[in-house]
Structures are given as structure tokens and as C-alpha cells.
Design a protein around this ligand. Structure first.
Ligand code: FMN
Length: 341
């Protein structure tokens, strides 16, 4: 995620808060000055904001950028060191952010990059090699017909960021998971890579590199927690029964969706399933094409169930991996929040 995306996310978070407090007003104004490239004014506004309140991670990060462009390296490092304490700040942003170029030659820069590296290593080391096999929750069988036509769903599907404060049902979650990656053509004695047969979404070489999780917040007949979807048996495997919604929302930069969503599907991919056969073409094209096919199914199915969703690509990879307890080999790709609309 680059800084423009950080600013977009910040703006979208502040959008409904017209009556925000002093800190919020100051950082909103500062973000706006940043977008106009008026870095001196932005830096001054951030300074005032941090007197009013302790800085939020992304405000500190943006303040560091403003200070670096203004060649105030002491201020830039002071803000950057505080921001880099958070798992949400990733090394790639720092290295790719042109605003921070003036800091690269300073020893303090290497120290920050090294501290992020070592944090990454310890998070990765804490992740499992494999998922548990149980306990298993059987999902209701999906229905195969509806009153909503594919044409109607394609015409009316939209990305929703606010949802009704009401629960989803396990039947709806089951239907959405089936539409995303469920088995639609079981193959007896299928080769191992096929894992049970062909699915509702196409996949290059039928290699199915995606993994799907459900983060449950408010679903009838399904306790809050995180579950892994097993397509071949149309079951959920409990990953954790802890309510992790707050950390999950943070990993998604507290975008608006998390305030009201009742659940979310999280996609990851084991790239090697595809790249072992297709190499760079698999890495650069096929895995994300597979993701797009599956996610569009979720959009269309959600519309038919009167459920809203939104494809979210902006999140912290490492924080999301940690909160979901993905295996080391997985790369997180999408969050799709779900809620009645
Ligand atoms: C790859 C990708 C990443 C996206 N990431 C986000 C995101 O992080 N946050 C968000 O609110 N919407 C996100 N969206 C949703 C788009 O903003 C949305 O699809 C676009 O505004 C068009 O609106 P529509 O889906 O209602 O047609 C993403 C969409 C795609 C395809």
C-alpha cells in the first residue's frame, strides 16, 4: 500500500465524521495539505494534532513523510520510529515511498528497516506450517436455484461499505462459500491436486491455489471466531474461537466496513500450487485471475441473498496473516466483508 492509498483510507474513514474532535480535524486538514503537496503546512498541522492527542500510526507515518520532504530529518525519524513500532507499517512502503528518499542515507534508516525485518521474521516464525484438521463444522447444503437472475445480479451488484446491524445465518455463509469455491463437479478418486473435483470458480490447470477463511462476528448458529473453508467436504474447520474482530479490523486499516459487517471472507493463496507448474506466468497472472473469478461469484451470490460485500485489497499483509493464523506459505489477497443491506 502506498501513501496515496493510506490517504484514501484515512479520508474514507473520516468521511462520516463531520463533527470530529480537534485531533481528527487537524489530521484531516493535514492529509488534505499532503494531497496538495503543501508539506510545510501539513507538517505544522500534524505537530498541532500530536499536541492534542497521541498520534495514530498512519498520521505519524504521513507526518514523517511531510518532515522528510521538508528536510527536517530529526522530526521525520522521530515520527517514523513511532509509526514503525506498529505491525501495520511494512518495509516495502518505506522503501518505495519517494517522500522518504532523503532519509535513506542516514544510519537511523537502516535501524528502522532492520527492526521491521526482525519483527516480520518473528511473526512468520510464529505461524503454523499446517492447519488443524478439526474440529469440523458441517455446513448446510447450498441451494442451486433462486428468484434472482444472473443478469439482474450483474446489473445491480455494487460494493457496499455499510451494513445493517443484524446477523447473517449459517445458511447464508454456506451459500456464499459454496459460490466462491465450492465443489460443483465432484470427481471420484480425483488426483491429489484436484482435492475432490471441479469448483464453482474456474482455476488455471484446476490447481485451486486459493484458501478461504470466514471471520465470524454476528452469525446465527456459528460462534464468533475464525474458520477455514474446506471445499471438498463443504465444511468449516475452527481455527480459533477467540473473538478477533478488533485486530482483524486493525489489519484492514479500520476501513468503514469493519464497523458494521457481520462476517467476512478472507482470501489467501498458496502460490506454489500454481507456480510449480506455470512459473512466473502463474505468479504474475493466474493466481490473481483465479481470485477475481471467485470474488465475483461472491458479489453476485451476495446480491441474490440481499447481502452487501466489497472487495478489499488494502490491508497489512503481515497483520492479516497473523490475525487469521494463516500458514507460512499463504499470501493474503482479499477481504470481503459481509452484512445485510
Ligand atoms: C483489486 C481491488 C481492490 C479494492 N480495494 C478496496 C479497498 O481496499 N477498500 C474499498 O473500500 N474498496 C475497495 N475496492 C472496491 C472498489 O473501490 C470498487 O469496486 C469500485 O469503487 C467500483 O465500485 P463497484 O464495485 O460498486 O462497482 C477494491 C476493488 C478491487 C477490484
Amino acid at each position: 500500500m502506498n501513501k496515496m492509498v493510506v490517504l484514501f483510507v484515512l479520508f474514507s474513514c473520516f468521511f462520516p465524521s463531520l463533527f470530529a474532535g480537534e485531533y481528527d480535524q487537524l489530521v484531516l486538514e493535514a492529509s488534505s495539505r499532503m494531497l496538495d503537496s503543501d508539506y510545510h503546512a501539513a507538517l505544522e498541522l500534524y505537530r498541532q494534532a500530536f499536541i492534542a492527542e497521541e498520534g495514530d500510526i498512519f498520521d505519524l507515518y504521513n507526518a514523517a513523510c511531510a518532515a522528510a520532504v521538508c528536510e527536517d530529518s530529526d522530526a521525520a525519524f522521530m515520527y517514523l520510529e513511532k509509526a514503525a513500532n506498529s505491525i501495520l507499517i511494512e518495509k516495502e512502503w518505506l522503501e518505495e515511498d519517494e517522500d522518504l528518499l532523503s532519509l535513506h542515507a542516514d544510519n537511523r534508516w537502516n535501524a528502522i528497516v532492520a527492526s521491521i525485518d526482525s519483527r516480520m521474521d518473528s511473526v512468520l516464525a510464529s505461524l503454523p506450517e499446517e492447519h488443524p484438521e478439526d474440529p469440523v463444522i458441517e455446513l448446510p447444503q447450498p441451494r442451486l436455484s433462486s428468484d434472482v437472475s444472473v443478469e439482474e445480479a450483474m446489473q445491480n451488484r455494487r460494493s457496499f461499505r455499510f451494513y445493517e446491524d443484524s446477523p447473517l445465518t449459517i445458511t447464508e455463509i454456506s451459500q456464499l462459500l459454496w459460490s466462491a469455491y465450492g465443489l460443483s463437479y465432484p470427481v471420484e478418486n480425483a488426483p491429489d491436486f484436484l482435492r475432490g473435483g471441479l469448483r464453482t470458480a474456474p482455476s488455471a490447470g484446476a490447481l485451486y491455489p486459493l484458501e478461504l477463511y470466514v471471520v465470524v462476528r454476528n452469525v446465527t448458529d456459528l460462534d464468533p471466531g475464525i474458520y477455514l473453508y474446506r471445499s471438498e467436504s463443504h465444511e468449516l474447520i475452527l481455527i480459533t474461537g477467540e473473538d478477533s474482530w478488533e485486530e482483524f479490523s486493525e489489519a484492514g486499516f479500520n476501513q468503514l466496513h469493519f464497523e458494521t459487517a457481520a462476517a467476512a471472507i478472507v482470501y489467501s493463496a498458496v502460490f506454489e500450487r500454481c507456480t510449480d507448474k506455470y512459473g512466473a506466468r502463474g505468479r504474475e497472472r493466474y493466481v490473481c485471475m483465479d481470485l477475481g473469478h471467485s470474488a465475483e461469484n461472491v458479489y453476485l451470490q451476495a446480491y441474490a441473498l440481499n447481502i452487501g460485500t466489497c472487495a478489499i485489497g488494502a490491508f497489512s499483509d503481515i497483520a492479516l496473516k497473523q490475525v487469521i493464523r494463516m500458514t507460512r506459505a499463504e499470501v493474503p489477497l482479499y477481504i470481503m466483508p459481509l452484512g445485510k443491506v
